[in-house]
Design a protein around this ligand. Sequence first.
Ligand code: MRU
Length: 379
Amino acid sequence: MSDSKKIHQPIPTLPTGQAHPHPEPLSGESYSAVELMPAYRVVILDQRKLPQHERYELFARVEDVAEAIRSMMVRGAPAIGISAAYGMVAAAVAARGDAPSFLEAMQKADAVLRAARPTAVNLAWALDRLKPAIAEASSLDYAMRAERVAQEARALHRAEVAACRAIGALGAPFVPDGATILTHCNAGALATGGYGTALGVVRAAHAAGKKIRVLACETRPYLQGARLTAWELAKDRIPVEVIGDSMAAHFMAKKQIDLVVVGADRIAKNGDAANKIGTYGHACVAAAHEVPFYVAAPWSTVDLGCEAGASIPIEERSERELSHFALPDGGDVALVPDGVGVRNPSFDVTPAALITAIITERGVVQPVSGGELAKLATQ
Ligand code: MRU
C-alpha cells in the first residue's frame, strides 16, 4: 500500500472500555497501566493503542516485561518502576534451584530490566527496593519465593498510589479556582500506579470543586498528551483541550494559562528536573510570562546520587518515531524526506531556577534548591 493511501485511512473508532482483567486493580481505577494478576502474571495496558483501543496484554516472562517497557507499551516513570518490580516477580516464578541459583537468575533479570530505559530513575529505584526481599526469598521454599517478592512489589505499587494522592492533596492549593492549567506529556494514572502526579494535582483540585480546565500539549513525537492525558481526563469528565506543543507560548502571552504542572523522570540533588522533551521550553516561556511552573513527582523520582541535571542520562529514541507518523493499523507514513537525518532526544532538563516548587508526597520544596530538597531526604 502506498503512503498516500495509508494517510487517508479512517481512524477506527472502536469502543475503548475493555474490562480490566484484574479483579481488584491497585490503581483504584477502572483501568490500570500495570497490575500483578493472581497467578503472578503481569498485566499491562498497551498505551501505544490508546485512544483507539483499550487492550491489556499478559506477560509471564521478565524479558517480555522489559520489552514492554522498552517499546513504550507501558511508560511514565513510576509505572515503569512498578512494571519492573512485577517483572521481578515473573523472574522469581521462573527461577529454579538452590539459593545461589535463584539469586543468580534474579540478578540477570534485574540487569535486563535495568537496561530497558535510562532516564526514569524510578526503574533502578524499584529494583533496588526489591533487593532485601529477594535475598530473604532465596532462603524460603521454592513455592514461597515468588510470593515474598510479590508482597514487596505490591507494597511498592500501593505506596506509589498513596504518594500520588498525597501529591494531589499538597498540590491542589496551588491551583486557583477557575484556573487554566498547562501540562505536558502524560503524568497521570497511566504513567503511575494510579491517580497520577501532575494529573493528581489536577484531579485533587477538581475534586475540591474548583472550576478548572486543562490544556494538554500534544507532546510530539509520541503524543502522550493528545492520546493519553486527554483520554484519562475526558474519562473523569475534567475539562481538557489539546494544543500543539508550539502553541503554549501563544496562550501564555495572551494570559490564558494560569499555571503549569508537569511530572518528572529524575530530579537531581540540586533540584534540576528531567521530564519529557519540550518541558524545558515551557519552563522558559512560563518564566518570561511570570506563570508559576510546578513539578509534581514522588520521592522515588528524586536521585540524590545525581548532583545536577547535566549528569542525568537522556534517552535518544529511534529516528523513526520522529521521521514517521504511526498509523492505527500498525503502519506508518514518512514525514521527513528520505535521506534526511533527525534527532530524537526523549527528555530535557529544566533547571531548578525555573521551577516554582517541587511537589512530593513528603512535602513541597519551595524555593527549589539542593538545601530545601535535602530537608525532605531524611523523612
Ligand atoms: O517517555 P515517557 O512517556 O515514559 O515519558 C514520560 C514523562 O516524561 C512523564 O512526564 C514522567 O515520566 C512523569 S510520569 C508521572
